[in-house]
Write a protein that binds this ligand. Structure first.
Ligand code: FE2
Ligand code: FE2
Length: 250
């Protein structure tokens, strides 16, 4: 009978935490830092530049997530989802910066630069638009998954390709956790649905707050865009195109 209290009844935060546990990898033990092939890394300078931007965006998490944690203090699941995101986002920042340092990438990322990026948004709060911010978070994670995945496919340096594959797998879990948080809110308040649809149409990656533009691994990636719409449609039980046709009135 205890076993019957299966996945369906498992608390959202339990499911999130066990998925994180199953997907865990170690920056110290699993990445072959000493095997990096510097020449192959520099064979694709545009990948290195995109990596640098990605490291800056990952380092911005404490500002973005602090306000989400504050705005969801009464949601136990959300506290866990964002805590795990903070940890794994930190790990992404840590390994991307370390990789660039190992190959002597110029310009090096400095702590002053990271603080400067955070400064302009440090005081921003979630203000009555929590559901919109959750949608922004979910879709940012969704696109981060495709970004790292495509970059990993393009990378010719094996240590980097491996690293990007691991990060990409983390991001798809993050997008799913955010989706679960939104689904929970919709279940208790279906009136949120039109706001979720509007937020998807109005989407801007949170990385834009950090660095102005967000690096793209494959412009107009059709699968990333299709699955983006599908994520929203699964949550809302309604097609984004129909929402547009109906004059975005729900
Ligand atoms: Fe990340
Ligand atoms: Fe993430």
């Amino acid at each position: 009978m205890i076993a019957a209290a299966s996945n369906q009844t498992k608390r959202l935060y339990e499911r999130t935490a066990s998925a994180a546990d199953r997907g865990a990898w170690s920056a110290e033990r699993d990445i072959k830092w000493t095997a990096i092939d510097r020449d192959r890394a520099y064979a694709r300078p545009e990948i290195l530049s995109a990596l640098r931007d990605a490291a800056l965006i990952e380092s911005y998490h404490p500002v973005n997530l602090a306000r989400l944690i504050k705005a969801t203090w009464d949601d136990i699941d959300a506290g866990v989802v964002f805590s795990l995101e903070l940890y794994e986002g930190f790990k992404h920042f840590q390994v991307l910066r370390r990789y660039l340092e190992k190959i002597g990438y110029d310009p090096a990322i400095t702590d002053d630069e990271l603080v400067e990026i955070r400064r302009s948004h440090a005081e921003t709060d979630v203000d009555g638009d929590l559901i919109e911010r959750l949608v922004e978070f979910m879709l940012s994670e969704h696109l981060a998954h495709y970004f790292f995945r495509r970059l990993g496919e393009q990378a010719v340096e094996p240590v980097l390709a491996d690293l990007l594959g691991r990060i990409s797998a983390d991001e798809v879990r993050h997008a799913q956790s955010a989706s679960d948080l939104i689904a929970k809110r919709i279940a208790s308040n279906p009136e949120l649905i039109p706001r979720v649809l509007d937020a998807a149409l109005d989407f801007h990656h949170f990385g834009e707050q950090a660095i102005g533009t967000v690096p793209v691994a494959q412009p107009g990636d059709p699968i990333a865009i299709q699955t983006f719409a599908r994520r929203i449609e699964r949550l809302c039980g309604k097609r984004l195109v129909d929402h547009i046709k109906n004059g975005m009135k729900g």
